[in-house]
Ligand binder design. Structure first.
Ligand SMILES: NC(=O)c1ccc[n+]([C@@H]2O[C@H](COP(=O)([O-])OP(=O)(O)OC[C@H]3O[C@@H](n4cnc5c(N)ncnc54)[C@H](OP(=O)(O)O)[C@@H]3O)[C@@H](O)[C@H]2O)c1
Length: 146
């Protein structure tokens, strides 16, 4: 399993350079397209939604959007907290990859919420503001009407 956490503008190059190494692997994509950092490609990715955009950049990869809707600070400080855990929304087209990702999220001390296929990742893209709201799984399901 691979966790991809790079400035979003690097994603296409990584997809090209590492196509052989990445093919068929489960890849958790935490990157967020941010036009102020990544330039015009991020505008296009945001419009499409990062799930579908990343899959175009990383063909042949078993892609799961994961860990993009939580800050690094909260990832470090809120893991395994007592009471209801913070939610980590997940989206992917590969059911088995989603299951593995969900187990990993649980092991990391958070509550996985499978939102749907990659196209639904747009619902928890950076622009959705979900990261800032820091929802529990119950709250996230309410917000997204799941
Ligand atoms: N930070 C957060 O709170 C947070 C939360 C959710 C999602 N994200 C998203 O996660 C991604 C990473 O964020 P970050 O804060 O970790 O950013 P970062 O510190 O700027 O970048 C992470 C790593 O990306 C590598 N990198 C940069 N350009 C590269 C390239 N052209 N090819 C390969 N690797 C490259 C760098 O490796 P080297 O050090 O070896 O150059 C760096 O260690 C971003 O898309 C961000 O939007 C961040």
């Amino acid at each position: 399993m691979i966790l991809l956490a790079v400035p979003y503008a690097a994603t296409p190059q990584i997809g090209r350079d590492l196509a052989g190494e990445l093919a068929g692997k489960v890849l958790l994509d935490a990157g967020n397209p941010r036009p102020e950092r990544d330039g015009p490609m991020a505008e296009e990715a945001r419009e499409l939604g990062a799930g579908l955009a990343s899959q175009r950049f990383l063909p042949g990869v078993r892609l799961v959007r994961a860990f993009n809707a939580i800050s690094a600070h909260n990832l470090r400080n809120q893991a395994h907290r007592s009471g209801e855990k913070l939610a980590i929304p997940l989206a992917g087209d590969d059911e088995a990859a989603l299951e593995v990702a969900a187990r990993l999220v649980t092991d990391a001390g958070f509550d996985p919420v499978i939102v749907g296929p990659l196209a639904t990742a747009k619902r928890f893209d950076f622009a959705s503001g979900i990261s800032a709201r820091m929802p529990t799984a119950r709250e996230l399901r309410e917000i997204l009407g799941l």
